[in-house]
Write a protein that binds this ligand. Structure first.
Ligand code: HEM
Length: 410
């Protein structure tokens, strides 16, 4: 792949890039420091200096939040259907469509009635906040199609995830019928969106599991680092052409233009990792920690050369390195993962931390091939444990006048 195709464009003027990515925005262009930007919303005349004023349209050929440059925060929730009444479910998707386009625009979901004895329609915690590039991405699982008696509409490609070696899935992080992924450059904006979508649909869905997360998207626009301190996402594709080849489903039917989301809640054992030598850490991934370059190379975006040998004829990228095994699977995926930190683990007394691994692909097969190849051999297994899992068919984009998932119900 050409270096200039990279997501974190090297050639693009930084300010132009930040504007495109919606980070920095007016604050950066005008050279406002973090501190003054923080206080800006208290001062009316400086109000336009607050970052986060970029909006990402809810409508389009594809859903936003898939190939959209990553935002800083995620609020991810998986829901169970508690009603399978077709008209109620369709009504819910219709209201989610209406609310979503307002939420990404920075509006309240509904204005309050004049009756002060009724609860407010919108919960209110995002009032006065910018949209912060909020995106809302929706998908459904196999169990959704089954419960709604829509199995006949299941695309051929939509197979279940098989059991994988070494996974220790916990019931509380698996299963579920519907996924909502809210991403924004502000945590409260993302949470508010999910809360308000669910609030009015309590008769139809119940919450099954959720996870908030963060990505280290700094002002320097480098590839975000995960909690092992390594740049994560370097090998991702960055061009529309490649997204067509890698990400967007093309099987005829309701999923054409959609994407399959594989999600894994992966616990990362930071205490063990932090006692591991730098050399061992770098051998675990097959990349240098500081630069993110593949072992044996200089720069982050240099090609991963699996055939490179050292003076003793040993492979420079070890045979059990994560990057080698992932690459040898021979299929691409598009990763969009967020770190999480959820307090202290009840059992071990260690940090309850990890990666909410999210990958989008044209068919689930791509993820399955890579995860199978990582299997038992991935050196990273010593430091992680897969404890949650899900596979969701994320609808194609919504056109104005349409509602989410409409083609599935037609
Ligand atoms: C906690 C779990 C994980 C961590 C910390 C992690 C970390 C990394 C890092 C640091 C890289 C190198 C930089 C990059 O290209 O992004 C990488 C590459 C990659 N990872 Fe992971 N990863 C994890 C789980 C997974 C899983 C579950 C899969 C898929 C089943 C996966 C698939 C890949 C792929 C496809 C690459 C790119 C390989 C290439 O072509 O160069 N990773 N990962």
């Amino acid at each position: 792949m050409e270096k200039d195709e990279k997501w974190f464009e090297k050639k693009m003027d930084r300010r132009e890039f930040l504007k495109k990515a919606g980070i920095g925005g007016a604050g950066l262009a005008l050279g406002v420091s973090g501190a003054s930007a923080f206080f800006a919303n208290k001062v009316q005349k400086e109000k336009n200096l607050v970052v986060g004023d970029e909006k990402i349209s809810f409508y389009g050929k594809h859903q936003a939040g898939i190939t959209t440059p990553m935002q800083r925060n995620i609020y991810f929730v998986v829901l169970d259907l508690i009603s399978t009444d077709r008209s109620q479910v369709i009504e819910m998707f219709k209201s989610w469509t209406d609310y979503s386009q307002k939420l990404v625009d920075g509006q309240v979901i509904e204005k309050d009635s004049s009756n002060v004895y009724l609860p407010p329609n919108d919960t209110g915690e995002a009032v006065g906040l910018n949209p912060y590039r909020l995106t809302l991405t929706f998908g459904v699982s196999h169990s959704f199609l089954k419960k709604m008696k829509l199995e006949k509409k299941k695309p051929k490609a939509f197979r279940e995830l098989p059991p994988f070696p070494r996974e220790i899935l916990r019931e509380k992080y698996t299963g579920g019928d519907i996924v909502i992924q809210a991403c924004a450059d502000d945590e409260q904006v993302a949470f508010h969106a999910v809360r308000n979508l669910i609030k009015n649909s309590r008769r139809v869905v119940a919450m099954r599991w959720s996870q908030s997360g963060f990505a280290a998207i700094g002002d320097r626009m480098e590839t975000p680092r995960n909690l092992f301190g390594f740049k994560d996402g370097t090998a991702n594709d960055t061009t529309e052409k490649r997204f067509d080849e890698v990400v967007w489903a093309d099987e005829a039917g309701w999923m054409k233009g959609g994407s399959y989301m594989a999600v894994r809640r992966i616990q990362m054992f930071l205490d063990t990792w932090d006692r591991t030598s730098l050399k061992e850490q770098e051998n675990t991934f097959g990349r240098y920690k500081d630069s993110g370059a593949p072992l044996g190379q200089k720069n982050e975006f240099d090609p991963v050369d699996l055939d490179l040998k050292d003076e003793e004829g040993e492979p420079v990228i070890p045979l059990d390195a994560h990057v080698r095994l992932a690459k040898e699977a021979g299929v691409p995926i598009f990763r969009r993962s967020y770190s999480y930190s959820s307090g202290i683990d009840d059992v071990t007394g260690q940090f309850d931390t990890g990666l909410l691994f999210i990958a989008f692909q044209k068919t689930p097969e791509q993820f399955i091939k890579i995860q199978t190849n990582l299997g038992n051999d991935d050196k990273m297994n010593e430091y992680v444990s897969h404890i949650g899992s899900g596979l969701f068919a994320c609808f194609a984009g919504v056109q104005k006048g349409e509602y989410l998932g409409q083609k599935l119900f037609e």
